[in-house]
Ligand binder design. Structure first.
Ligand code: IPD
Length: 291
């Protein structure tokens, strides 16, 4: 069985490279932008094309495998992780970056069996960084072993986070409040790449000590979570409990003490879980517009 997952992982790496070629090509052309849950939650035809490319190519090789894909879920597919081998796909993590040509965009593929992650591929495709991990076998970037930072003093740390795509006044206030408190610990700085998966790979590389966010989705973190843990990092919920893939809340850090220190400063709230039943189908689709 182990060998068949190796085969699947090689397939994931290859299809991520093919997907990235589409992303790079699309960056040279006009990108048609559509809105999803809000005016700042964006999707493009490239997200949809790339997801279809990945799903079709996996289906041909592994016809019994299942999928949770960002754009398939947006189109009404259920977001349910069963015990079956399941590919969790974000075709473009960093869609807003992609729309604006802000150069951090990743193709993210996490592979789960019995609800446990087996391998992960995050291809940061504009700087050609292929992050991979296999459970129990380490994390790598372009074949080089990754190790988290050994800094344990939060006051000498760099923290990554994001503003996300929720613009409710109360949520925005909580985001700023958490950020203000963490900044004033003080930490050396706060950064954000605009892609949850890339932020987590930055933790795995030791470029930042931690990343936290409330509001990202399962497909943003399903692969990068393994890359962090295989690089020696820790994952937890923003309230300090165990990391829950579907809860849309994460702290990923180089060590437990930094993760727990951050947890103390986060104004916690609970977005609708990814595995919650879908909203009624009659909600109007937002209009398309050109960027
Ligand atoms: C988004 C990015 C962003 C994060 C959002 C995610 P997408 O994913 O990862 O950094 O702040 O929460 O939804 O929409 O570009 O795949």
């Amino acid at each position: 069985m182990a060998d068949s997952w190796q085969d699947a992982m090689e397939h994931a790496v290859n299809v991520a490279r093919r997907a990235a070629a589409l992303v790079r090509e699309a960056l040279r052309e006009d990108r048609k932008v559509m809105m999803k849950s809000s005016a700042v939650d964006l999707v493009t035809q490239t997200d949809q094309m790339v997801e279809q490319l990945i799903i079709q190519s996996v289906k041909e090789k592994f016809p019994t495998h299942r999928f949770i894909g960002e754009e398939s879920v947006a189109a009404g597919e259920p977001c349910v992780l069963s015990d079956s081998p399941t590919w969790i796909i974000d075709p473009i993590d960093g869609t807003t970056n992609f729309v604006h040509k802000f150069p951090f965009v990743a193709v993210s593929i996490g592979f789960y069996v019995n609800k446990q992650v087996e391998f992960a591929v995050v291809y940061s495709c504009l700087d050609d960084k292929m992050f991979t991990a296999r459970r129990g076998r380490g994390a790598f970037c372009n074949g080089e072993v990754l190790r988290v930072s050994d800094q344990e003093d939060i006051r000498q740390s760099m923290i990554a986070t994001e503003f996300g795509s929720n613009r409710d006044a109360e949520v925005v206030e909580r985001i700023f409040s958490s950020m203000r408190k963490i900044l004033c610990i003080p930490v050396h700085g706060i950064r954000g790449a605009g892609s949850a998966a890339i932020n987590m790979c930055l933790v795995a590389c030791g470029c930042v000590e931690a990343y936290y966010e409330i509001g990202m989705h399962v497909w943003d973190v399903a692969a990068a979570a393994l890359i962090v843990s295989e690089a020696g990092g820790v994952l937890m919920d923003v309230d300090g409990s165990d990391f829950d893939l579907m809860s849309r809340r994460v702290v990923a850090a180089n060590c437990r003490s930094i993760a727990e220190r951050i947890v103390r400063e986060i104004d916690v709230y609970s977005p609708i879980r990814d595995d919650a039943p879908p909203p009624p189908a009659d909600e109007a689709l937002p209009p398309e517009h050109k960027h």
